[in-house]
Design a protein around this ligand. Structure first.
Ligand SMILES: *Cc1c(COP(=O)(O)O)cnc(C)c1O
Length: 391
């Protein structure tokens, strides 16, 4: 049959032929350290559920109580009639947590990045971005009429060169991930903020993988380096370590005020169901009670050391994101399959997410994995690694 959609089957066939077609694993259990994936019981090293909050009963109970009080949906975009007092309570709790003047919440981290970069930057401006920044930052940059300049990963000498060449632009924005999602390394924020001061630039940090992980009680990358007040725009997400859903921008009151008026991904979309706000408030309470971030790091150190002792290449990771780099993409897919057959669930990461010769499986331990879970995973890695000739 003739149809304008015939290109879909051609495109899908091309993706499959080029090994770029990915199938979506399906959980028939709660998200946790042990899950049922595609019908199989496995230990998961494949989530961003760093603190294990995603199925924590305290979050579920907070959400249930909120449903009883506020109902389920909000029925309007926030600027029209969809803002409830619990939205403001959530934003205040986040601001307090981040030691920021104020916070604006977006429906997701991707919306926070897109909307904020688009609202802040325009014609005559320049955006200077680390080459390994997250796709949602790249999207935000593409939505502007600004000039774009990419600097090599974490290379502050090159960043300085770019800044020197960029002094004639109206505004300069340096944007970087705080923790890089594929390698688990940390941005050189002390040097970046120093350069930003010297070359009169705005700094924006995406802390999707820093929140709940780095700094006191998981306050993030800025707190980790004790750079409060030096980063103009802190973006983060409640979808990862906090086990909920949503993105936010933390900074000055004026920043929130301006974004509330101008960020299209805030203005033209409906806000969080109150149940999600209540869960976020509870998650922030829990993380600040202590213990969770410490458990995450205890498990991270144990597991990373275990992989390194076995002889795996874990790259430059400094955080719970620990890649096991094998090089060839076919080998990464095989390692993922072999581990899965042994009851360990990891995510193979291949081109174009990483360079063609840097294929890997990515592991992320959580605060709720037991020592027994981690030992089981390490044994499986040893068996698969030997069988496939990786170690
Ligand atoms: C996951 C992620 C986001 C998007 O956050 P969501 O809340 O899932 O939309 C943005 N930036 C980085 C670096 C991420 O890893």
């Amino acid at each position: 049959m003739k149809s304008g959609l015939n290109f879909l089957s051609e495109e899908l066939a091309r993706l499959k032929k080029e090994n770029l077609y990915v199938t979506m694993p399906v959980l028939s259990s709660q998200q946790s350290s042990r899950v049922i994936v595609n019908g199989k019981n496995v230990i998961s090293l494949a989530s961003n559920n760093y603190l294990g909050f995603a199925n924590n009963p305290r979050l579920s109970n907070a959400a249930k109580q909120a449903i009883d009080k506020w109902g389920f949906g909000t029925g309007a975009v926030r600027m029209i009639s969809g803002t409830m007092d619990i939205h403001l309570e959530m934003e205040q709790a986040l601001a307090k947590f981040k030691h920021a003047e104020d916070v604006l919440v977006f429906v997701a981290g991707i919306a926070a990045n897109r909307g904020t970069i688009q609202a802040m930057m325009g014609e005559g401006d320049v955006i200077i971005s680390d080459e390994l920044n997250h796709g949602s930052i790249i999207d935000g940059v593409r939505l502007t009429k600004s000039e774009r300049k990419i600097f090599p990963h974490k290379n502050t000498a090159e960043l300085e060169k770019v800044l020197k060449e960029s002094q004639s632009f109206r505004r300069r924005l340096i944007v970087t991930d705080g923790v890089f999602s594929m390698d688990g390394d940390i941005a050189p924020l002390p040097e970046i903020t120093r350069l930003a001061e010297e070359y009169d630039s705005i700094v924006m940090v995406d802390d999707a993988h820093g929140d709940g992980v780095l700094g006191k009680h998981g306050r993030g990358t800025v707190d980790h380096f004790n750079l409060h007040g030096k980063v103009d725009i802190e973006m983060g997400t409640m979808s990862k370590a906090f086990g909920c859903l949503g993105g936010y921008i933390a900074g000055r009151k004026e920043l929130k005020d301006y974004l509330t008026q101008t960020a299209r991904t805030f203005l033209f979309t409906t806000g969080h169901p109150p149940a999600v706000c209540a869960a976020i408030i509870e998650a922030l309470k829990m993380v600040q009670e202590g213990g969770h971030v410490e458990n995450l790091w205890k498990n991270t150190r144990y597991f990373k050391k275990g992989l390194q002792n076995l002889g795996f290449n874990t790259g430059n990771s400094e955080t719970p994101i620990t890649p096991v780099i094998v090089g060839d993409s076919g080998l990464a897919l095989k390692l993922g399959d072999d581990l899965f057959s042994q009851g360990v669930f990891v995510k193979p990461i291949v081109y174009p997410l990483v360079a063609k010769d840097k294929a890997r499986v990515r592991t992320i331990v959580t605060a709720i994995h037991t020592q027994d879970d981690l030992d089981t995973c390490l044994n499986a890695f040893e068996k698969s690694g030997k069988k496939l000739g990786i170690i």
